[in-house]
Ligand binder design. Structure first.
Ligand code: E4P
Length: 221
């Protein structure tokens, strides 16, 4: 399973990239709004900050309601950095999003279909040619459903029908989500930087580091 970072914050992206585990970035309108920056400028800056990534998802804006609107926005976005191939157009799961997905993937543009909450939605997105499908785990858990179980079913369905869309575990909230989706066969988990930091932690690791430091100090006295 690969890691994407789920943020529009440049510092977080640079920090995740430095530790050598980063394969991509996902953004969404809420994350970009939080940064208070112009959308296209930030997408361009992200691509420049981490040039070796496989994918940077830029979501069409919420006022793009038709496939034509989404495609028009996508056509502007894919011009960024002279046609940067990392740029992945993120479209919502609805009829317009699926139509835009099929059109764009046929033109060779990578598409991430987002806001997936059922197996049927994932199946439709895959059949519309999605490069990535993004089931939202945490938001399902929030309404007392099991987000990981949804991802397990999608992974099984894609295996059964040889569907090659990659599954991005999204709306990931805690380390146990990461372990469970990796074991369930997610291709990617997209996570906030603070969760990547949390994954490095274990009380015995901290104790071990402190003990080595104390023993070292005693030995060199
Ligand atoms: C994924 O692409 C989304 O940006 C994201 O994971 C949403 O997560 P949230 O439910 O924490 O907002």
């Amino acid at each position: 399973m690969k890691f994407f970072v789920d943020t529009a914050n440049l510092e977080d992206i640079k920090r995740a990239n430095k530790i050598g585990i980063l394969a991509g970035v996902t953004t969404n309108p809420s994350l970009v709004a939080k940064e208070g920056v112009k959308f296209e400028d930030r997408v361009e800056a992200i691509c420049q900050a981490a040039p070796k990534l496989e994918s940077v998802s830029a979501e069409v804006t919420p006022d793009a309601l038709t496939a034509e609107d989404m495609i028009a926005q996508a056509e502007e976005l894919i011009k960024i950095n002279d046609g940067d191939e990392k740029i992945t157009i993120k479209v919502p799961m609805n009829l317009a999003g699926l139509e835009a997905c099929r059109y764009l993937t046929e033109k060779g543009v990578k598409v991430n279909v987002t806001l997936i909450f059922t197996v049927n939605q994932a199946l439709l997105a895959a059949r519309a040619g999605a490069t990535y499908v993004s089931p939202f785990l945490g938001r399902l858990d929030d309404i007392s459903e099991d987000g990981v179980q949804l991802l397990e079913k999608i992974a099984e369905l894609f295996r059964l029908h040889q569907l090659d869309s990659q599954i991005i575990a999204a709306s990931v909230r805690h380390p146990d989500h990461i372990t469970r989706v990796a074991m369930a066969g997610a291709d990617i988990a997209t996570v906030p930087f603070k969760l990547i930091d949390q994954l490095t932690k274990h009380p015995l690791t901290d104790q071990g580091i402190d003990k080595f430091a104390a023993d070292w100090q005693n030995a060199i006295k």
